[in-house]
Every structure is written in C-alpha cells, then in structure tokens.
Design a protein around this ligand. Structure first.
Ligand SMILES: Nc1ncnc2c1ncn2[C@@H]1O[C@H](COP(=O)(O)OP(=O)(O)OP(=O)(O)O)[C@@H](O)[C@H]1O
Length: 799
C-alpha cells in the first residue's frame, strides 16, 4: 500500500542545490540506471550497521522479534505496465527531522565542488561522482517518477515514542512533503522506500533481474540478510473446497521468517499448505502461485569465504561497492592471520587503480580505507592514522577479526597489539602481493609501479624495518633499460664491479641524465648507471648505503671505481705520472684561480670528451642534493654544516681534451722567463677564459653559477673579441616610453562617451601629444646612458 492519503502534509522546498543535483544525477546516469539498487541497499546496510552499533550499548532499542534484515518486493500494476518496488530495512530509521535533513538538503562538504564537476560531466564519470559525494538516495529518481520513504527511528531518551513519517517527492517536483504515515507504525523501526517505477524502467520489477543485480553488486557486501519476494508455482492437493483449477495468488506476504524463506538446496518449501486432513477420495492436484522470501545472500560475506571459491568478478564488484569506487582495482590479496594476542583475522587488501591526488600534498594519512569488521559486523572505518603508515595509506583494506568484542573501541584497539600487528600484516602481504605480480606479470607490475613507485620509495625511506624489502620493489631507469630493480642491477653487474653507479638530477629527464658528463665514461665502458630524477631517490640510495655486497656510488662524486683498475696497474701508473708532470703547471694555475670554488684540482679519469667537471667529495653535496637542500631551506636549519657540505667540490680536468691542452699551452706561454715581467694583458685574458671554463663546468655538472649575469657578460666579451667587435662599443638603445598614466575611471568614461561614437572609433591619441607622467626625453637619456658593468677579472669571489 502506498502511504499516500488525505493526511495533513507539510510541504518543504528542496534546497536549490538538491534540485540541481537530482537533475544532474538523472541526466548523467541515465545509461547506468541500475546503480539505484546498489545505492539503496548500501544505505539500508548502513542503517542496519548503525543500529547494531548503537544496540551494543543500549540493548533495549532493538525489538528482539524484529530480525535485522533487508527485504525487496516488486508489486506490478494490474495492467502490467508499471508498478512499485519496495525496499525495507529494519535499521536505525529516521525521524521527520532526519527525513527533511538527510533527503531534502545537501549538508555534505564538497557539494559545490561536485556541482562544478558534474556540470562538465559526461555520462561515464557519473557513477564515480555518485559514490564520492553520497548522492545515493537521489539515484532513486533514475527509475522512479515518485518516491515515498516511510521511516521510524528507534526509541531513544529524547524520542521515547517515535512515530512513523513519510517523505514523498516526485521526480520533477522542486519540493517534497513530510507527513505522518496514515498506516501508523508498520515498521517497528527502520525504513521502507517505495519507488513508483517509470514505464521505461519496468525491468526492475522483474524478480529475476532484481536477483541478478543483487547478486552482482550487493550480495557479498553486507552481513545482513537480503530477501527478495519471489513467486513460485507449486502443485498442491486440492481440498474439496477448491473446485476450479485456477491458480491462486497468495496474500500480502508477512516479513520473512525462517520458515517462510526459500531454501537454496531445496528450491521450494511449501509454506501454507495445511496437512490437517487426509483426503479420503482420489486427490486432485492444483497449481498455485505462492509468494516466498528468497534469501539472496546466503553465502558468507566475501572476505569470510575461501579464496578458491571467489571469482575475480566478485572481488572487483565487492571492491567497487564497499569502497564506492568506479574503477576496478589494480590488484588484491585475500589472506588470514593471527595477531599474536590470539586474535584471528581474515582480510582482503586492494590496490586502487589510481593514487588519490591529495596523497602527496597531505601530511596526515586521513585513512578511511581500512574497514574493521568483527564477526562479519561492521565496526569502524576510522582507525586513525595508526591503521596504515602514511606511504601505504592509499590501500583499501577489509579486515574481520573473530575474537574481538563487538563493542571494541578505538582506544582498546590501540592499547592492544592488534592494530600494530594488523598494520604489519597488511604491509607484509602488500609486499608479498607486489613481489608476486613482479615475478608473474611484469607488464601489470609496470602499470602498478607507474602509479605507486614513488609511494614505495617513500616507504623504503621512512621504514627502517621494511627498507630492504620495499627497495626490492622499487624500479628506476638506467642508461641501458627502464624499470630496473636493484636485484636486476646486481645480477647484471660486471666482473669485479664493487659499486652500484647512479646519477641523480631532480626533475631532469632520463635522456638528459644519460647525456651527463658524469655518465659518459661509465656508459662508454658498458656499465649500467641508475638515472634518478625523483627527490626521494638519492636519499633512499644514501640510506641503503649498499646493495648486497656492493656500495652505492654517485658518479658525480669522488671515489668512482670500476673495479678493474688493478689489471693494468703498472702501465697506467706510468701514464698517470707522465700526465701529472706535464699538466702540473696548469693544475697549479687552476688551483690558484679556483681556490674559492673548489678544494682541489685533479686530473680526471671519469671524463671522455668533456674538458672538465666539478665533482663533489664523498661527504659533500652532489649538485642534486644541493638543489634538494636549498629547496628545503636547509640552509637556515643547518647553517655551517650546509655551507661546508656545499664547499666540498673538486675541479677535475680532462688531460685528453684539446681545450685543456690549449689552456696548458697558454699557461706555459705567459709564465715569465727568468728576469721577465708577466704580460698583464695576456694574464687577464687567460683568467677570463679560465673563469668561463669553470662556470661552464659548474653548469655541465648540474650546479648553479653564483651570478649568471656575470658569467654571460664574460661570454659576451669573449664573443666580441672573436668577432672583432670593440669591447667598449655600446648598444644603440632607444626604448619607447609607456603612454601616460591612465585617467581616472570616470574621466575615461566621459571622454569615451563624448568622443567615441560606436560606429566610428576615435583614432588613438598619438603618444607624443599626451602629457607624459615623466618627460620622455629624460627616460630615454637615462636608459641610453646605461654603461656596461666593469667586471673585475681574476679570482672567483663571485662564484
Ligand atoms: N535506509 C536508510 N535508513 C536510515 N537512514 C538513511 C537511509 N537511507 C538514507 N539515509 C540517510 O540519508 C542520508 C543521505 O543518504 P544518501 O544515500 O543520499 O547519501 P549517503 O548514504 O550519506 O552517502 P553515501 O552514498 O556516500 O554513503 C544518509 O547519510 C542517511 O543518514
């Protein structure tokens, strides 16, 4: 019976956003109509969960004769064109105020964000938004022209005698009505939603279709039984009273009870057949249609089942429904464990298909992704920051603990080892899951690592306990391939290799890193080098220190060894000595010239074609680390140490580079003979060339030059010389001054209206005629008289 009759009704206007929202939901989700059932069942499940939680501390509020369940009933019109779908739960219920607030307003935060998003929505995105913004109830209007919600809350101190009220609204109304249910209290406690199904949605009155939908979306996501009223035909023995062979339809069914429920094993249970009298004459068999409640979710909830009995589709559907996600997860793992306090649990962990964009910007984990159940009953999804470490806070977890008390509080959980053990179990199984995928399905693993690679690295940096296991899972590009693991690197190392080579440059592309002067020789020799572009990478390698028995080596730092240096030791040594003697004058000159920039100058063994490089000492900052530290404002925090670390640099020159050869020759040329004076011009020019060489070495090595404008002025000067342009020649500058300051707003308006008829726009006034704010001549004179800055040569204070 639709609860609509001549009782006084209170009319309320929908909050304007609600009307807009309903329209959006209906329009954007039209092709996705069947989500309505999932949404309403999810609300019913929530209401039952709320009641169960409240009843833990207040047993009296639940009517023991009223089992906690959800029922679905389809009632077709006599004409068979439409009908009503009635979904009832015996949950917490709603008072008239709740009905108004919950169904008539949008108290949710993020509503305006939703509306903005939804305005530009295509149909495919709608399902996701519905979940995110809790629009569940409005999806009723996808299939119904008119919706009645009859509800009665449980008894409480503030409401000892609750009454059943109805919320009624049609799909096009801008208002809704609230009124006392003319039928009185028919529900005990709970909510009954009656949808007057639109003709184009009549498939939802078909019990087979309903059964299919519930099985697909909802059967395993609730621990409360869901019953569907189905009609079964039975053959019964006709009593004398029945003379015709007409099928008879059962009356309005009562709520499901154990006896009235269809048993799955035994398809039809005869319910209303009296066996009082044994007919004496030949019995006549008649076919009757009987209404029966079919229990749709008889199987235990998914997480309690044996993984062997669950299909991939079921895992995916369960995930979507439980965590309100529209996309399938990337992977999942179903396992059981024991907390050490004797608490057993069953759990499923899911890796969502994408990382929440807020993951990197939020400092706390704000984790609602862990749903704790006790003996199949939902307890909470608010276990606080302790539930998962920040780096793994994107995981979606369902966990059911058998031995916890139902009224367990967050404080109790935190004081026992349960949460701690759960956390380490979840992480252990996540690592296991990822390791398995990495081995069995490398393509899938790449997909996962693209999304979660940096989160894994964060975990390896943050967690000392799991560092090595997580580092195994991380992947980096190298000069030889993409997505390389540390183990792969180790296996492919060269004979005698005692270092894991890496080169880091935050934000640089892999291609640019591969072209670095520090990589050229390592690459040319056929060694593999990790190319790191994320801020976390170098920190992680530094924290790891070594992999297996070989230590990490930044190729841009001192200490680079290939491991085969011993092989030609004698021949090498002799060559080195010869080079050292030959280049000594240049090294001495450079030491003097660069003493403020580097702590020493050496002949390089790492460069191939580049003339020189700035190399950080083992304990100094590499260019990458210097940038990271500067960005973190570590200068203030670490003061002296930071400055010291920055200074630990060496200049390495490549004795095989023609440029360095040339420089050596110049240094030798300007060296005065006994009793001769040094040529000051030649010396000044050499200094300038040296400065440019050092600055470009800094830039090539990834460091910043102290003052780029000084650097470029020097380059300009050298260019002028090579082009035969006078160093003193000044630029012919004329800069057109800006027009005078605009007139006040009103004045502009007046002028415009007087002088600028719409059809014929006035010629813009020539700049000269306007009254300049500053005389144009004085401006141009000032600019034209700018002089080139005279840069003192020699020394590198400015570096
Ligand atoms: N069957 C029900 N029993 C009790 N309260 C209900 C029921 N259905 C809806 N409500 C109340 O109405 C509110 C609005 O429901 P709606 O489905 O629109 O969003 P929601 O359930 O809060 O969001 P979400 O779908 O994201 O969980 C719910 O939060 C709940 O308080």
């Amino acid at each position: 019976q639709v609860p609509d009759s001549e009782v006084p009704k209170q009319k309320h206007d929908y909050q304007s956003d609600v009307a807009r929202m309903r329209k959006i939901v209906v329009n954007s989700l039209y092709s996705n109509q069947d989500v309505f059932l999932r949404e309403l069942l999810s609300n019913a499940n929530d209401a039952l969960e709320k009641l169960r939680i409240v009843s833990l501390t207040n047993k009296d509020i639940v009517d023991p004769s009223q089992p906690l369940n959800i029922t679905i009933r389809a009632v077709k019109d006599e004409e068979g064109t439409g009908g009503r779908l009635i979904i009832t739960d015996t949950g917490i219920g709603m008072s008239p105020d709740d009905l108004t607030r919950n169904l008539g307003t949008l108290a949710k935060s993020g509503t305006s964000e939703f509306l903005a998003k939804a305005d530009s929505l295509d149909t495919s995105g709608g399902g996701n938004l519905i979940g995110q913004f809790g629009l569940g109830f409005y999806s009723s209007f996808l299939v119904a022209d008119q919706v009645y919600v009859a509800s009665i809350p449980t008894k409480s101190e503030t409401n000892p005698e609750p009454a059943q009220y109805v919320f009624s609204s049609s799909a096009d109304d801008s208002s809704f009505e609230i009124y006392p249910d003319p039928r009185g209290n028919t529900l005990g406690h709970g909510t009954e939603i009656t949808l007057v199904i639109r003709p184009d949605a009549s498939q939802f009155l078909n019990t087979d279709r309903l059964k299919e939908l519930v099985e697909k979306h909802s059967s395993f996501s609730t621990a409360f039984p869901i019953y569907l009223l189905t009609q079964v035909t039975e053959e019964v023995i006709d009593e004398d009273t029945l003379t015709e062979d007409e099928p008879s339809t059962a009356e309005e069914p009562s709520a499901p009870s154990e006896e009235s429920v269809l048993d799955d094993d035994d398809d039809v249970v005869v319910e209303e057949v009296s066996e009082e009298e044994v007919p004496t004459k030949e019995p006549k068999v008649t076919t009757v249609t009987v209404d029966k409640w079919a229990h749709l979710n008889e199987q235990p909830p998914l997480w309690m089942r044996d993984p062997k009995d669950v299909t991939n589709e079921q895992y995916i559907e369960f995930y979507k429904t439980t965590f309100k996600e529209d996309e399938a997860p990337l992977a999942w793992h179903h396992f059981q464990g024991e907390s050490g306090d004797g608490i057993h649990f069953k759990s499923i962990i899911y890796i969502p298909h994408e990382l929440n964009p807020e993951f990197w910007s939020k400092s706390t984990s704000d984790n609602k992704g862990v749903r704790l159940m006790v003996k199949r009953v939902f307890i909470t999804n608010d276990l606080g920051d302790d539930a998962l470490p920040k780096w793994a806070s994107w995981l979606k977890v369902i966990v059911d603990a058998d031995d916890l008390p139902l009224n367990v509080s967050r404080e109790t959980l935190q004081s026992t080892r349960f949460l701690k053990t759960l956390r380490s179990f979840v992480i252990k199984h996540l690592i296991k899951l990822m390791t398995r995928i990495a081995q069995d399905d490398p393509d899938k693993y790449v997909e996962i690592i693209k999304v979660y690679g940096n989160a894994i690295k964060l975990g390896a940096v943050e967690s000392t306990k799991e560092r090595n296991r997580l580092a195994v899972l991380a992947r980096w590009p190298t000069n030889l391939r993409n997505f390389t693991s540390l183990d792969e690197y180790y296996v492919n190392r060269r004979q005698g290799q005692k270092q894991v080579f890496f080169h880091a440059g935050v934000g640089a592309t892999t291609e640019n890193l591969a072209k670095s002067i520090f990589v050229e020789k390592v690459h040319a020799r056929g060694y593999e080098v990790f190319l790191l572009s994320e801020p976390l990478d170098e920190i992680l390698f530094t924290n790891l220190g070594q992999w297996q028995d070989i230590r990490f080596q930044d190729v841009a730092k001192k200490g680079l060894e290939f491991g085969d240096e011993e092989e030609d030791l004698e021949a090498e040594k002799a060559k080195d000595e010869e080079l050292a003697t030959r280049f000594q004058p240049l090294v001495d000159w450079l030491k003097q010239e660069t003493k403020d920039v580097v702590i020493d100058v050496t002949l390089s063994k790492r460069l191939v074609t580049s003339p020189c490089a700035i190399v950080a000492d083992t304990y100094g900052y590499s260019a990458n680390m210097e940038r990271i530290m500067n960005a973190q404002n570590a200068k203030q925090a670490q003061g002296f140490l930071h400055e010291m670390a920055k200074k630990q640099k060496f200049l390495e020159i490549n004795p095989h580079s023609p440029l360095i050869e040339g420089l050596l020759r110049r240094v030798e040329q300007i060296a005065p003979e006994e009793g001769e004076e040094i040529d000051p011009d030649a010396e000044a020019e050499l200094r300038e060339v040296t400065s440019i060489l050092i600055d470009s070495a800094l830039v090539r090595s990834g460091f910043d030059v102290a003052d780029p404008s000084v650097f470029f002025t020097r380059v300009d000067r050298v260019l002028r010389r090579s082009l035969g342009v006078s160093e003193l020649a000044e630029a012919d500058i004329f800069i057109k001054p800006a027009p005078p300051i605009a007139k006040p707003y009103n004045a502009v308006e007046e002028t415009e209206s007087e002088t600028a008829p719409e059809s014929e726009p006035a010629e813009p006034e020539p700049v000269q005629e306007a009254e300049p704010a500053q005389p144009a001549e004085s401006l141009s004179i000032e600019l034209e008289s700018v002089e080139e800055i005279d840069i003192p040569l020699g020394g590198h204070d400015e570096l």
